[in-house]
Design a protein around this ligand. Structure first.
Ligand code: NDP
Length: 330
């Protein structure tokens, strides 16, 4: 099969607002290097982390094609690269998903099993692996634990709520607005707080009430700047806070003595720290695929946007307008 030499892609040359996302129709198709595969993306995931690389909150060399995950067909195999053939249907984690073709590392690529759609994988790949690793390893959630989860209707939150409930945890989910709260409730969350409503603004008090004054065993906080202080108040004595994102801005440097009164443990994990080896990557991807195949984990696609609408996706994400996962059709 002959491959085109140019493709549609969204390129960021300098950091900034959504306006720096430049849609191009004549960008060169990359060639796979040693250890790489060329994938023709059928669908790509859009994650909040993409906005950090766009704004420069997270550093990465520019020009850059954003997009940390994709699903599609292998169209070329780089030199000395084993384990994959042209025609394989795969999902990958790397960078460059906002494009028709991406050259990706084979060691962060997996074949998608029959019976699992590209769309289901992209609605749960980066976010689902994150959720599994953070619930199993960062803090191993136990049956009966009280868990506070912020942004529970988001791409990661929608999956996390289900995983926590499947473990048998008691889940307090926060979300902004009635529609998002209804979604979180439908997943079986025990308590749902609309932290943007008048009644929910004092969510710390509501968490304390729900837990009989004790506080939660663990907080999963990806909102950051706006919630970190409340999370510290809402956690129990000897509890754990997992700060894993910056949707409202980063958590500021915290003086360590702030943790002393309640002997609080804090973690600041990243997915890639848990899937560094092939064995670790396959462990979590196998678990995710089996949950999807058995129907135990449901996915929610906010909307599938065409590639040229990428600026709108970033505006919707940062404007808190999405529920579940936004996807991109390159
Ligand atoms: P989401 O779909 O969860 O979108 C972010 C959500 O955060 C919004 O929908 C909104 O929900 C909430 N939010 C609260 N305050 C703000 C604000 N000021 N501006 C914008 N949104 C706000 O995104 P993802 O599922 O892609 O990611 C969720 C979080 O998890 C992100 O912080 C991301 O960085 C983090 N993450 C971290 C990983 C890691 O390895 N450490 C890996 C994957 C994700 P609401 O309206 O309900 O408040």
């Amino acid at each position: 099969m002959s491959l085109p030499t140019t493709m549609k892609a969204v390129v960021v040359e300098q950091t900034g607002g959504p306006e720096v996302l430049q849609y191009k129709t004549d960008y060169p198709v990359p060639s796979p290097q040693e250890g790489q595969l060329l994938v023709h993306n059928n669908i790509s995931g859009v994650n909040y982390i993409d906005t950090y690389f766009r704004t420069g909150l997270y550093a990465a060399p520019k020009p850059e094609i954003l997009g940390r995950e994709g699903a599609g067909i292998v169209t070329a195999v780089g030199p000395n690269t084993t384990g994959f053939e042209v025609g394989d249907r795969v999902a990958w984690l790397a960078t460059g998903g906002y494009a028709e073709y991406t050259a990706v590392p084979a060691d962060k690529t997996v074949k998608i099993p029959d019976g699992v759609s590209d769309e289901d994988v992209m609605a749960s790949f980066l976010s689902g692996l994150t959720v599994l690793a953070f619930a199993k390893e960062t803090y191993p959630v136990q049956k009966g634990d009280w868990v506070l989860l912020h942004a529970a209707a988001g791409g990661a939150g929608f999956l996390m709520t289900q995983i926590l409930k499947s473990i048998g945890a008691k889940v307090i989910g926060t979300a902004g607005g009635a529609e998002k709260c209804a979604l979180v409730k439908s997943l079986g969350a025990d308590v749902v707080i609309d932290y943007r409503s008048e009644g929910g603004k004092d969510w710390v008090k509501l968490v304390k009430e729900a837990t009989g004054g004790r506080g939660v065993d663990v907080v999963y906080d990806s909102v950051g700047k706006d919630t970190w202080e409340g999370s510290l108040e809402a956690v129990k004595r000897k509890g754990t806070i997992v700060w894993f994102g910056n949707a409202s801005g980063p958590v500021p440097p915290i003086p360590l003595p702030k943790l002393s009164p309640k002997c609080v443990k804090i973690a600041r994990p990243t997915l890639f720290g848990y899937i560094e080896t092939r064995e670790e990557f396959e462990h979590y991807t196998n678990e995710l695929f089996s949950l999807l195949k058995s129907g135990q984990l449901k996915t929610k696609i906010h909307k599938i946007y065409p590639l040229e609408d990428i600026a709108q996706v970033h505006k919707d994400l940062e404007g808190r307008k999405t529920m579940g996962k936004p996807l991109l059709k390159p």
